[in-house]
Structure formats: C-alpha cells, structure tokens
Write a protein that binds this ligand. Structure first.
Ligand code: ZN
Length: 164
C-alpha cells in the first residue's frame, strides 16, 4: 500500500507543476486544504465539507495516532460542527480506502494512524499512548498458519509498556 506521506507529497508535487508557471514557488508550500481534496478524490471519496474538515484536522499535523474521541474534541475546538457518529463513520471510511490504519489496543478503544504504512507500536499503558516502533526493530519471524479458507492480511504488533 502506498505510504500516506508519499501520497501527500506526490499530490503536492502535482499541484506545484500545474501552477508553477504562474505562481511564485514560495506561495506553493503546502495548501493542506487543496491536498486533502485531491487525496479524497484519488481514493474515490467525494470531498464533502465534513470529510474535508476532518481530513484537514487529521492529516495536517503529520503522523499521529488518534481516537474518535480525540478527533471529536479537536473538531469541536476547530468549530467544525460534527457528531461523534459522523466522526466514527468518517474514520472508518478513511480506513477502508487506506488513508488511515486502524490499530486496536483495547477492546473498545481503536486508534487511527495517519501513517497507513506497515509498522508496529508501543502502547504506554499509564498514558494510553500509542508510539511507533522504528521500522526494523520488530521482526515477526514465524507467521502462524491461517485457518482453512483464510490468508493473513497483515500482522500488527503492539508491545505494551509500563514504568519500571
Ligand atoms: Zn503508528
């Protein structure tokens, strides 16, 4: 799957090449709003106002891990009128098209990762915080055998941490 950041960067690049002849290069550095629109279109989602707003809140801050409740709080602070149900729907839609990656830590608590590329996580239990494990550090060297009729879709490793 294509890395989110690569996607964002390439979209920005396309925008740049289109407008480069008429606009000074310094004016082109990152219009997240424009990027979100192109990003939604590229995965076949209609860029509705709500998706645009939530996409902008989600992706404009780089790689991070966010729950529906956290996004709801940020949306409310940003004066985006949206219900928690819509937040859930949007997060799941974004996950289905590969813009986000869902990481299940606790039964009821799902984290959504704006970095949709393959990677594993530390979970800091006291702080309820999800942290990326640097790329090469987890090696799953023995894959389990999938039951009859199934194949392994992916392996997520969550290494739980507590203070010594
Ligand atoms: Zn992550």
């Amino acid at each position: 799957m294509m890395d989110m950041r690569t996607k964002f960067a390439s979209l920005t690049h396309v925008e740049d090449s289109v407008t480069a002849s008429t606009t000074h290069p310094s004016d082109l550095t990152g219009c997240p709003w424009h990027d979100v629109k192109s990003m939604l279109r590229s995965v076949g989602l209609r860029p509705t106002r709500q998706r645009m707003s939530l996409g902008w809140i989600l992706f404009a801050k780089g790689d991070r891990h966010i729950t529906a409740e956290m996004l709801y709080e940020e949306a409310t602070k940003a004066k985006v009128p949206v219900s928690l149900a819509t937040i859930y729907n949007t997060l799941h839609q974004f996950t289905e098209v590969g813009l986000l990656r869902q990481v299940a830590v606790e039964g009821s608590k799902a984290y959504f990762d704006t970095n949709a590329s393959e990677h594993h996580h530390f979970f800091v239990e006291d702080a309820n915080q999800l942290v990326d494990i640097p790329g090469a550090e987890v090696i799953v060297d023995k894959m389990p055998t999938a039951p009859e009729g199934y194949e392994i879709s992916r392996i997520d490793v969550v290494v739980r941490l507590r203070k010594k």
